[in-house]
Ligand binder design. Structure first.
Ligand SMILES: Nc1nc2c(c(=O)[nH]1)N[C@H]1C(S)=C(S)[C@@H](COP(=O)(O)OP(=O)(O)OC[C@H]3O[C@@H](n4cnc5c(=O)[nH]c(N)nc54)[C@H](O)[C@@H]3O)O[C@H]1N2
Ligand SMILES: Nc1nc2c(c(=O)[nH]1)N[C@H]1C(S)=C(S)[C@@H](COP(=O)(O)OP(=O)(O)OC[C@H]3O[C@@H](n4cnc5c(=O)[nH]c(N)nc54)[C@H](O)[C@@H]3O)O[C@H]1N2
Ligand code: SF4
Ligand SMILES: [Mo]
Length: 885
C-alpha cells in the first residue's frame, strides 16, 4: 500500500512542508504540503527533485576505520577511547567538534551537551559560523538576545521590501514566490534589491542598488542619518525602548554625502530616492542574507540595518522589521541549542556565570565550559598547529566550504584523529577520515528543524534504514556513554531529546529569555509523532501565541532596552595591484552547497553543468578572455579554473564564482581554496564575498565535450567538469596537447572494449575530432574536440544517451553534434521541472507568447515550482527588446 508521510524539506531555511509518498514498488514522489504554513503547498526546483536524490548510490552504509569495514562497537569504542585519551593527556581543549546547520535539533543538542557540559570545553563550532554568525552577533548587540523579531507574513504585508545581499529567487525560492505573489496582488508594494550583481532577484525589483562590495554599512549609516535629519524617526520608541542613540548618530553624522557616494558606489539620485522611499514608508521589512553576513564588516552591516528599524520603531509590527534569512534547514535550531562556540544552550550566554551554573545544574553535568571555544577559522588553525589533536566533523564538508580550503584540507590530513559522520562515502572531507561513521539521511532520520521565522517542524522518516547507518544523535550518545557519561546520555529516541531540550528552554526562565518552548517539555513519543509546526515562543501553561517580538520593547538587555550600535563604514581597499579583482562567491538555483545531494540529480545538474565565473564584458576584454573560454582565477591562497560567463549583470572589477563545485565534480572548481581566512572581528564569520584575486585566460590546445553511459575513470585532462545526465554522465574537458591518440583516451576513460570500433573522424586541418562508440542500438560514449569551446548542442546531444541508434543516420547526426531538422535543439535547460530549454522558450515568444503565463500555458515551463519564472521573464524581455531594435 502507498504510504504518505508529512515531513520538511532538508534544503533551505524557508522550511517548506513536504508530503512524501512511497509507492508499493518503493518509488518516492514528493509534493508541497498545502497545510504547512511556510509554503502552503509550494516547492522549488530543489524541493521538487527530492525524490531523485535519495538513492543509495555512493552512500556509506557501514562504519569504517582507515577505509575498512568494521563493527559499530569497534568504531565507537575507538572514537570514545581516542577522545578520552587525548583529553587526559592534553586537556579538554585539545579536542573539537565541527558540526552543521543540517543536523536536526536533537543531534545538535547532544553534540553541544557532550562538549560543553561533559567534556568541559566549548570547542564546538558549526558551519553556521560561515553562514549566520554575523546575524547572531548583531542581534545580541542590539536586542540582548539572538531573536528574529518577525514572521514570513510580514514580507507579504510590507509596502517596501528591501533585499540586502540576498538572491531570494534562487536561494529562498518559495519565499520569493510568496513575495512575488504579494506584489502581483498589491501593485503599490515596492521591492529594492541591494546587490553588486544584477541577480534574478533584481528582476522583480523596482530599484536595484548595485552597491560596491561591502558598501552596506555606509549605505545604512547614511540612511540612519537621513532619517534623523528628515525627522522621520519615532522619538517615543527611541526614548522608551532604546539606548545608545546619541553615539550611533554621532558616528553616522560624520559621513559626508560625497563619502557616501564613494563608499556605496551608487549614483546620487538613486541614493536619495532610496532614502526617501524608506523615510516615507511605514511598513518596511529589510531582509538580509549572505551579502550582509559574510563580510569583514558583517556584524556592523546587521546593526546598521537594525539601527534604522529601531529609530523608526518599525519592528515587531505587521509588515515591519529587520529579517535575517537563514540558510540551512536548521540554522535556527542550532542557535537554539547553542551550537556556536560562543553560545550556551537555550539562548543562554557562556560568559554569564549564572547561566553556566543553571545549565550545569539542569544537566547535572560534571563540568561546564568556562569560556568561549574556537570559532571555525581559528578551530582549523588550531588543528593545523597541533593544539587540537582529535576532531569530529558531522554533516558538513569543510574541505570544500571553509575559506583557505587547501590549508583546511592540509590541517585535517595532519590531524592525529579525525572522525567524520556523513551519508556519503567519498567527499573531499570523508576521504581524510580515520573513522567514517554512516549517518541516516533525509527521509531516514527523525527529528525537528527550525526555519527562519522561528517555526519548528518535524522531519519524519519514511524510508527503510539503509545498511547499518545510524542517526547522528545515536552516534553521539553511544560515544558519550563509552566515555563514561552514562547518566546524561540515556536516550531511546529523538522525542526524548526534544523533550529535554524544551524543558531546558523553560528552566528558571520566567520570561527572562526569548527562547521558551516549555509547552513541549515532557512530551511523549505519540505527541512527537503528531507534532504540528509551531512558532516559538510557546511557554508552558498555554499562554497566548505571540508571533512577533519587540513592538512594545521588551528587549533582553538587563534594562529591557535595545541598543543602537555606532557602526564604522570602512571599505577594504584594493591596494595590491597583483590582485585587482573582487571575487564574490555564492549559489546557483539548482545546486546545494557541495553538491553531495543535488549532484545526484540529472534534472538539477542540467540547469548549470559546470563551474563558471561571471565577468563584466569589458573586464573580459581587458584580460583577453572570450565567450565560453576557460579562465584561471588566483589569490595568494590558491587557484581555480572555471568557464567564463561574460555578462552585463556583473559589475566591473568583480567576479562571481559559485561555491558548489569540488574535487568530485571538477578538476579545479573548489573556489574556497582562494578565499582568504579573513573574518569579521566580532562574529568570526569569514568574508567569502570580497576576496582579492587576479584572473587570466587558461590556455589550452583542445576543448572537449564528452558523454558516457557509465561513470568514467578519473579524467586525465587539464580541465574537466562532470555532471549527471539522464542515462549517464556529461563532461566538459580541455587538454594541453592538440594531438593524442584520442581513441585510446576514450577506451581508457570510458572502459570501451577493444572490439568496439569508433565511429567518427579527425580533421587535422581544423583540429576537430569526433568519436562515438556504440554497442548494439545504444550509444556508450562520445568525445567531441575542437580548438575553440566545442560548438555542439549540449542538451540534444545528451538526449542521445537514452536514444535508440538502430538507424545509422541517427549515429551520424550525433557525430555532427546536432539534430536533424525535424528535432529542434531545446537549448540550455531553463525549467528543470519540465526540462524546457531556452530555444523552446524563444520560439514560443516569437510565436506570440509575451508573458510568463503564456509561455507556461504553451510549454508548461515555470508552472510547477516557479523557480525559473524570473529567467523566463528575462528571456521574454530580451526577445522583445531584440525585436524592437
Ligand atoms: N539554490 C540554493 N539555495 C540555497 C543554498 C544553496 O546552496 N543553493 N544554500 C542555503 C544557505 S545555507 C544559505 S546561507 C542561503 C544563502 O542565500 P543568499 O545569501 O541569498 O545567497 P548567496 O548567493 O550566497 O549571496 C547572496 C548575494 O549577496 C551578494 N553580495 C555579495 N557581496 C555583497 C555586498 O557587499 N553587499 C550586498 N548587499 N550584497 C552582496 C551576492 O552577489 C549574492 O547575489 O541560501 C540557502 N539556499
Ligand atoms: N566561498 C564560499 N564558501 C561558503 C559559502 C559561500 O557563500 N561562499 N557559504 C557558506 C555557508 S552559508 C554554508 S551554510 C556552508 C555550507 O557548507 P557545507 O556544510 O560544507 O556543505 P554541505 O554540502 O551542505 O555539507 C553537508 C555534508 O553533510 C552530509 N550530510 C547530509 N545529510 C547528513 C546527515 O543527516 N547527517 C550527516 N552526518 N551528514 C549529512 C553531506 O553528504 C555533506 O557532505 O558553506 C559556506 N562556505
Ligand atoms: S524553498 Fe525550496 S529548498 Fe527551500 S525549503 Fe522550500 S522547497 Fe526546500
Ligand atoms: Mo548557509
Amino acid at each position: 500500500m502507498e504510504k504518505e508521510v508529512r515531513t520538511t524539506c532538508p534544503y533551505c531555511g524557508v522550511g517548506c512542508g513536504v508530503i512524501a509518498k512511497v509507492a508499493e514498488d518503493g518509488t518516492v514522489s514528493v509534493q508541497g504540503d498545502p497545510d504547512h504554513p511556510s509554503n502552503f503547498g509550494r516547492l522549488c526546483s530543489k524541493g521538487s527533485a527530492l525524490g531523485e536524490t535519495i538513492d543509495l548510490d555512493g552512500r556509506v552504509l557501514h562504519p569504517e576505520i582507515a577505509g575498512k569495514r568494521v563493527e559499530w562497537d569497534t568504531a565507537l569504542d575507538l572514537v570514545a577511547q581516542r577522545f578520552s585519551q587525548t583529553i587526559v593527556e592534553h586537556g579538554p581543549d585539545s579536542v573539537a567538534f565541527y558540526v552543521s546547520g543540517q543536523l536536526l535539533t536533537e543531534d545538535y543538542y547532544l553534540a553541544n551537551k557532550l562538549m560543553k557540559g561533559f567534556i568541559g570545553s566549548a570547542n564546538i563550532d558549526t558551519n553556521s559560523r560561515l553562514c549566520m554568525s554575523s546575524s547572531v552577533a548583531g542581534h545580541r548587540r542590539a536586542f540582548g538576545s539572538d531573536t528574529v523579531p518577525g514572521t514570513y507574513e510580514d514580507i507579504e504585508l510590507a509596502d517596501l521590501v528591501i533585499l540586502a545581499g540576498s538572491n531570494l529567487a534562487w536561494c529562498h525560492p518559495v519565499l520569493y514566490q510568496r513575495l512575488a505573489a504579494a506584489k502581483a496582488a498589491r501593485r503599490a508594494m515596492k521591492i529594492v534589491v541591494i546587490d553588486p550583481r544584477r541577480t534574478m532577484t533584481a528582476d522583480i525589483a523596482d530599484m536595484h542598488l548595485a552597491i560596491r562590495p561591502d558598501g552596506d554599512v555606509a549605505l545604512f549609516a547614511g540612511l540612519f542619518a537621513h532619517l534623523i535629519s528628515e525627522n522621520a524617526v519615532d522619538q517615543n520608541y527611541i526614548a522608551e525602548h532604546t539606548g545608545g542613540f546619541a553615539d550611533a548618530f554621532a558616528a553616522s553624522a560624520t559621513i559626508s554625502f560625497s563619502d557616501l557616494l564613494d563608499l556605496t558606489g551608487l549614483p546620487a539620485m538613486q541614493l536619495r530616492e532610496f532614502y526617501h522611499l524608506f523615510a516615507t514608508t511605514e511598513r518596511v521589512v529589510t531582509c538580509y542574507s549572505q551579502g550582509v553576513n559574510q563580510s569583514a564588516s558583517g556584524t556592523d552591516k546587521v546593526n546598521a540595518i537594525i539601527n534604522c528599524h529601531l529609530a523608526t520603531g518599525r519592528i515587531g509590527r505587521p509588515g515591519m522589521g529587520p529579517f535575517s534569512l537563514t540558510g540551512q534547514p536548521n540554522a535556527m535550531g542550532g542557535r537554539e541549542v547553542g551550537g556556536l562556540a560562543n553560545m550556551l544552550a537555550a539562548h543562554m550566554d557562556i560568559e554569564n556565570p549564572e547561566h553556566r551554573d543553571r545549565v550545569q545544574r539542569f544537566w547535572t553535568a560534571p563540568r561546564i565550559a568556562e569560556k568561549p571555544g574556537l570559532k571555525a577559522v581559528d578551530m582549523f588553525k588550531a588543528v593545523a598547529d597541533g593544539r587540537i589533536k582529535a576532531i569530529w566533523i558531522m554533516a558538513t564538508n569543510p574541505v570544500v566550504s571553509m575559506p583557505d580550503a587547501d590549508a583546511v584540507e592540509a590541517a585535517i590530513k595532519a590531524c592525529p584523529f579525525v572522525v567524520v559522520s556523513d551519508v556519503l562515502k567519498n567527499t573531499d572531507t570523508t576521504r581524510h577520515a580515520h573513522v567514517l561513521l554512516p549517518s541516516l539521511g533525509w527521509g531516514e532520520k527523525d527529528g525537528t528543524v527550525t526555519n527562519s521565522e522561528r517555526r519548528i517542524s518535524r522531519q519524519r522518516a519514511f524510508l527503510e534504514t539503509p545498511g547499518e547507518a545510524r542517526a547522528d544523535w545515536w552516534q553521539l550518545a553511544e560515544v558519550a556513554r563509552r566515555m563514561g557519561f552514562y547518566a546524561g546520555f540515556q536516550f531511546a529516541s529523538s522525542a526524548e531529546i526534544f523533550s529535554e531540550h524544551a524543558a531546558l528552554s523553560a528552566f528558571e526562565n520566567n520570561g527572562g529569555r526569548d527562547f521558551d518552548i516549555g509547552a513541549y517539555a515532557g512530551m511523549g513519543s505519540s505527541s512527537y509523532d503528531e507534532f504540528q509546526p509551531f512558532q516559538w515562543p510557546q511557554p508552558e501553561g498555554g499562554k497566548a501565541i505571540e508571533t512577533r517580538f519587540f513592538a512594545k520593547g521588551g528587549f533582553y538587555h538587563a534594562d529591557g532596552k535595545a541598543r543602537f550600535v555606532a557602526v564604522n563604514p570602512v571599505l577594504m581597499d584594493r591596494t595590491d595591484p597583483n590582485y585587482p579583482f573582487t571575487l564574490n562567491t555564492g549559489r546557483v538555483r539548482d545546486h546545494w552547497h557541495t553538491m553531495t545531494r543535488t549532484g545526484k540529480s540529472a534534472r538539477l545538474s542540467s540547469h548549470i553543468a559546470e563551474p563558471f565565473a561571471e565577468l563584466h564584458p569589458r573586464d573580459a576584454i581587458d584580460i583577453g578572455v572570450g565567450k565560453a573560454d576557460l579562465v584561471e582565477i588566483e589569490s595568494p591562497y590558491g587557484k581555480a579554473v572555471v568557464r567564463a560567463l561574460i555578462t552585463e549583470r556583473q559589475a566591473r572589477g568583480s567576479i562571481f564564482v559559485p561555491m558548489h563545485w569540488n574535487d568530485q565534480f571538477a578538476a579545479r572548481g573548489r573556489i574556497d581554496a582562494l578565499v582568504a581566512p579573513r573574518t569579521d572581528p566580532i562574529s568570526g564569520q569569514p568574508a567569502s564575498k570580497n576576496v582579492a584575486v587576479t584572473a587570466r585566460p587558461f590556455k589550452v590546445a583542445r576543448y572537449g565535450f564528452g558523454l558516457s553511459v557509465e561513470q568514467p575513470a578519473p579524467l586525465d585532462a587539464a580541465y574537466w567538469a562532470i555532471a549527471k545526465a539522464d542515462g549517464g554522465w556529461r563532461m566538459e574537458l580541455a587538454f594541453d596537447e592538440a594531438e593524442t591518440d584520442w581513441c585510446s583516451w576514450c577506451r581508457a576513460t570510458f572502459a570501451i572494449a577493444e572490439d568496439i570500433e569508433p565511429l567518427g573522424y579527425a580533421d587535422a586541418q581544423t583540429g576537430v575530432t569526433r568519436l562515438a562508440f556504440f554497442a548494439g542500438d545504444r550509444l556508450l560514449a562520445a568525445l567531441f574536440l575542437a580548438p575553440e569551446p566545442v560548438p555542439v548542442a549540449r542538451n540534444w546531444t545528451i538526449s542521445q544517451l537514452v536514444a535508440n541508434h538502430t538507424d545509422i543516420r541517427k549515429r551520424f547526426a550525433l557525430i555532427a553534434g546536432r539534430p536533424g531538422a525535424d528535432k529542434p535543439d531545446p537549448g540550455a535547460t531553463v525549467c528543470s521541472c519540465f526540462g524546457v530549454g531556452v530555444n523552446q522558450i524563444v520560439a514560443a515568444v516569437r510565436g506570440g507568447c509575451h508573458s510568463v503565463e503564456a509561455v507556461g500555458k504553451q510549454l508548461n515551463a515555470g508552472t510547477n515550482c516557479g523557480s525559473c519564472r524570473a529567467e523566463i521573464r528575462g528571456i521574454i524581455d530580451a526577445c522583445l527588446t531584440q525585436a524592437a531594435e
